[in-house]
Design a protein around this ligand. Structure first.
Ligand code: SAM
Length: 251
């Protein structure tokens, strides 16, 4: 059975997609996508030989070698032009996902791609920043907790001003949810322009934990005499204040 995390990703794959799942490991997601008809075909990319073999075996065992092509390679280099219209990258850090996307972009691998489904384990802000800087608009964000871990699933599509899909619009609207003191861009990139407007118990728990973590860092910095530690400490102080304020504003 698919984990809740992969299930959430699966739900976001548009019906009839040509899917590419990068860092596919056991190819669980492309298998489920093809088996449920969400994807008509899929490429499962893997850079490491162990997971690559696991993916090959899983696809063979399912009798789906004609529909799912398992390929070894780094990031999006496994893709031929216009081969995929939906790309999933899950279970890695946000910085790594952003660097995979960036290299793919430079190599023209994002042409024809209509949906990016990303599940960063950490560094969500870095990924949101990359999307913003490169003309991808978040259309949905989900946050879930499973087996004691929290995950974010981000859905993005290319900006389309005619359809009213712009980052300017998205972030302006999200900022206004802050009320008298609109949320700052930094806050929205950290917490998520959709998540901040639909906060559930997992969102609260995540940011309470983040505050505790920042408090611990601030305390350890206060034992340092360095001037740079002083700056860092006040930076962290501001961040704590800001998160606290956001949480206080939420219903
Ligand atoms: N995507 C699956 C999931 O979410 O369950 C597997 C996640 S697993 C933690 C990360 C996988 O990404 C590993 O199998 C690793 O080999 C692969 N990986 C890491 N960097 C990669 C890259 N640059 N290109 C392709 N695969 C990569």
């Amino acid at each position: 059975k698919l984990s809740q995390r992969l299930g959430l990703l699966l739900e976001q794959i548009p019906q009839g997609s040509k899917l590419a799942d990068i860092g596919s490991d056991h190819a669980l997601l492309p298998l489920a996508a093809v088996q449920t008809g969400r994807a008509v075909s899929a490429v499962a990319g893997e850079v490491n030989p162990g997971p690559l073999r696991a993916a090959q075996k899983a696809v063979q065992d399912a009798g789906l070698t004609k529909r799912i092509s398992v390929r070894q390679g780094d990031g999006l280099e496994v893709l031929r032009p216009e081969e995929a219209d939906c790309i999933t990258i899950a279970g890695m850090g946000g910085a790594l996902i952003a660097s995979i996307l960036n290299r793919g972009l430079l190599e023209g691998k994002l042409e024809g791609v209509r949906t990016l489904l990303l599940q960063p384990n950490v560094g969500e802000d870095i990924l949101r920043r990359w999307l913003l800087d490169n003309g991808w608009v978040l259309t949905a964000e989900a946050l879930l907790e499973e087996d004691g871990k929290r995950y974010e699933v981000l859905t993005a599509v290319p900006e389309d001003p005619e359809a009213g899909l712009t980052n300017k619009g998205l972030y302006a609207e999200a900022a206004m949810a802050g009320g008298e003191r609109p949320y700052r861009m930094e806050t929205l990139l950290n917490m998520g322009p959709w998540l901040i407007r639909q906060p559930g118990p997992v969102f609260f728990a995540k940011w309470q934990d983040e505050i505790s973590k920042l408090e611990r860092i601030r305390q350890s910095l206060s034992r340092s005499e360095l001037e740079s530690a002083d700056n860092k400490r006040s930076e962290i102080g501001e961040l704590i204040e800001e998160i606290t304020e956001v949480l206080a504003c939420l219903p």
